[in-house]
Design a protein around this ligand. Structure first.
Ligand code: MSP
Length: 661
């Protein structure tokens, strides 16, 4: 079994977990659950970062000792991870002895290499970042570029790590290992940073005490990032111990973009100096924002409590939303409305409805048990399409998970869910039931949609472990069979015989009850804290309305306007039109029997993957045209003239094809 060792950053204990922390941990959890299903020897680590000036100051402010603060807050993290269904193999705290021992060992290795020298640090330091800043990077000469708060001037004796020595080796490593820093844009950012010249790094502090002492020089504490990064190794044990041998180097450090430099520059240089292997991939994700503002502890307006959302909606619905909504690597703006919208559309409507209606039909048309497949029917086109889609989706979703693209994996799984819904509508089992000559076809069809539900549930189980089990339970898959179903990825060859014939299925209770307008209102009231509403008032003045760039066009009559047929369109797929900069080729569902292809000039403003699953307004009766050799059937409404500033928004959850007037 190949090892798959995945880590999250360790979280600071100066405050309680928020949605940003939850995101990283949920992604890592889903990926590790997937790799377990694939049979990889999987190990998933998370933990807390408990040393440093920031924690010392936070504890002082609360009138407690740093360890008291850490002991209290670490419980909030543990609780949150339980509430969110996180199945980590270990949880490391940097105040544990096992961690301190490995940090000291790594320090000694670096020292023995001759890479540590005593000097004095004189410069700027941002405590919230726990990072040194050259003056040129500060805003207005004094403010941290990330926190926009005043950096502190520091002058103290310090040990320095000869990081500059590793500049060329690091560049070479990045060039030789294309998957070392992902996605590509972050790799490029690091390459230009390293090429601009690495400086030696101050790696000890003397003006406070809360940290791991430098071996043999206890008047210095080790710089908190050197301490923290080492957690990825210390949780396994020192080099040479059994867990270390089994899992090091890590397969993936999953991190937020704010801490890329520490992971992609400091950590590899430290490891090279210590003579230890480098992790395989540093996978970087973007930020969750609320109305464009980064979610953080210090901004009440952006505070989103994952515990509350999980309690009200179920952890799995939140996990699904976070993973599906934003492709890993991009930023995403969080809104409660979008969360409920996706819940209703993808979970209640697509997956929930499929399960419900199909189980009811299995009861009605197959005596509530899984019928046998019929090879003669399997070849008929209407039935063959479902089998082909299922096999393709199983293979493709696995590729997406393996490629750190959970959002795409879910999109692919939903292809099967929607195809199964379409299959039912196309085959119309209720009609087959009236025709005694088509009994075998009816049985085959019932088996087909039950298997489609079975595979969908198995494939979503890394993301929605509880709901997957609930669906399996309704299919009669329980006990060991359920365990097997969620710990092994479906085998494409097993389609048509993966559910035991004759197995009794349940009645179909709604797994994702729909959230109606009344409940939505009640939830929003509970979720949005009063102080958030108060501080949500824009801090920067709204941009002045821009003067139209061209005069208003001449009036049109109401009859003219009525000739235009606008519809809600759901974007199912998007890809660039080759050899163009502005154009995207979209596949959209406008509520018609088949999907349409539309060319939209919005590539400069929207990466294709950010569009899938979005609803837009389409001028649906525009005469088809061929644009750059590609046919376009309609036009997406976009905001802006020369430059695209936005897309038309739809503020209620309505099905594709709905009329807009
Ligand atoms: N302690 C350091 C990490 C040391 S790792 C060796 C740290 N901790 S943190 O608590 O401030 O944040 C850790 C991580 O939380 C971020 O890197 C990121 O993965 C996640 N997020 C925090 N806020 C976030 C958003 N608003 N959006 C997405 N993820 C964010 O940095």
């Amino acid at each position: 079994m190949p090892p798959f060792y995945i880590t999250t950053p360790i979280y600071y204990v100066n405050d309680v977990p928020h949605l940003g922390h939850a995101y990283t941990t949920i992604v890592a959890d889903a990926l590790s659950r997937f790799h377990r299903m694939r049979g990889d020897d999987t190990y998933f680590l998370t933990g807390t970062d408990e040393h440093g000036q920031k924690i010392e100051e936070a504890a002082d402010k609360r009138g407690v000792t740093p360890i008291e603060l850490a002991d209290r807050v670490v419980e909030r993290f543990r609780e949150t991870w339980t509430n969110l269904g996180i199945a980590n193999d270990d949880f490391i705290r940097t105040t544990e002895d096992r961690h301190k021992a490995v940090v000291s060992e790594v320090w000694r290795r670096i020292e023995q290499r001759g890479d540590i020298t005593l000097g004095a640090y004189k410069g700027w330091y941002c405590v919230p970042c726990e990072a040194f800043y050259p003056e040129t990077q500060l805003v207005d000469g004094t403010q941290c570029p990330i926190h926009k708060s005043a950096a502190s001037w520091v002058e103290e004796p310090s040990y320095f790590f000869a990081m500059s020595k590793y500049q060329d080796r690091l560049l070479q490593h990045i060039a030789d290992h294309p998957n070392f820093i992902r996605p590509e844009n972050y790799k490029n950012e690091i390459i230009s940073f390293v090429k601009s010249g690495l400086r030696d790094l101050s790696v000890s502090r003397t003006t406070f005490k809360w940290g791991i002492p430098v071996p043999d020089h206890p008047e210095h504490v080790i710089y908190v990032w050197i301490d923290a990064l080492t957690n990825y190794m210390s949780a396994l044990g020192a080099p040479g111990t059994p867990l270390y041998q089994r899992y090091w180097p890590a397969t993936c450090h999953l991190i937020g973009k704010d801490i890329l430099r520490f992971h992609a520059v400091y950590w590899p240089c430290m490891l090279m100096s210590a003579g230890l292997p480098l992790p395989e991939t540093i996978m970087t994700h973007g930020w969750w924002t609320v109305r464009g503002e980064k979610i953080s502890k210090s901004m009440p307006a952006t505070r989103v409590d994952p515990n509350q959302l999980a309690a009200d909606l179920g952890a799995d619905a939140l996990r699904y939303f976070l993973l599906r909504e934003v492709p890993l690597g991009l930023d995403g703006d969080f809104s409660y409305e979008a969360l409920i919208g996706r819940y209703n559309a993808d979970l209640a409507n697509d997956l929930g409805n499929l399960t419900n209606r199909c189980l009811t039909m299995a009861g009605k048309f197959a005596g509530g048990a899984v019928p046998a497949a019929d090879p003669a029917v399997a070849d008929l086109e209407a039935h063959a399409v479902l089998a082909t889609t299922a096999r393709e989706c199983v293979a493709e979703a696995a590729r997406c998970f393996e490629d750190y693209a959970p959002s795409r994996a879910l999109e692919v799984i939903w292809r099967l869910v929607r195809e199964a819904n379409r299959y039912v509508d196309a085959v119309q089992p209720w009609k087959l039931a009236k025709d005694p000559t088509r009994e075998a076809e009816l049985a085959h069809c019932v088996r087909g949609f039950l298997e489609a539900i079975f595979w969908s549930a198995r494939m979503v189980s890394p993301v929605m472990p509880d709901k997957a089990r609930a669906i399996l339970g309704q299919l009669g898959v329980t006990g060991e069979a359920a365990e097997h179903a969620v710990t092994s990825w479906p085998d494409p060859e097993a389609w048509g015989r993966d559910l035991p014939t004759g197995q009794v299925v349940g009645k179909g209770e709604p797994v994702f009850p729909r959230i109606d307008a009344e409940r939505q209102e009640a939830l929003l009231k509970r979720w949005i804290p009063e102080d958030a509403l108060a501080s949500a008032a824009p801090t920067t003045p709204a941009p002045a309305p821009t003067t139209p760039t061209r005069p208003l066009a001449p009036p049109v009559t109401f009859q003219d306007f009525q000739r235009l047929d606008f519809r809600v369109a759901l974007i199912k797929a998007a890809e660039p039109v080759p050899k163009t900069k502005k154009l995207l080729k979209l596949r959209v569902d406008v509520g018609e029997p088949s999907e349409r292809q539309v060319i939209a000039g919005i590539a400069a403003a929207y990466p294709p993957e950010s569009l899938v699953g979005r609803k837009v307004i389409l001028l649906a009766n525009l005469e088809p045209a061929t644009i750059r050799g590609v046919e376009s059937q309609g036009m997406v409404l976009a905001i802006g003239d020369e430059e695209i500033l936005g897309l038309s928004a739809i503020d209620k959850d309505v099905p594709p094809g709905t009329i807009v007037r």
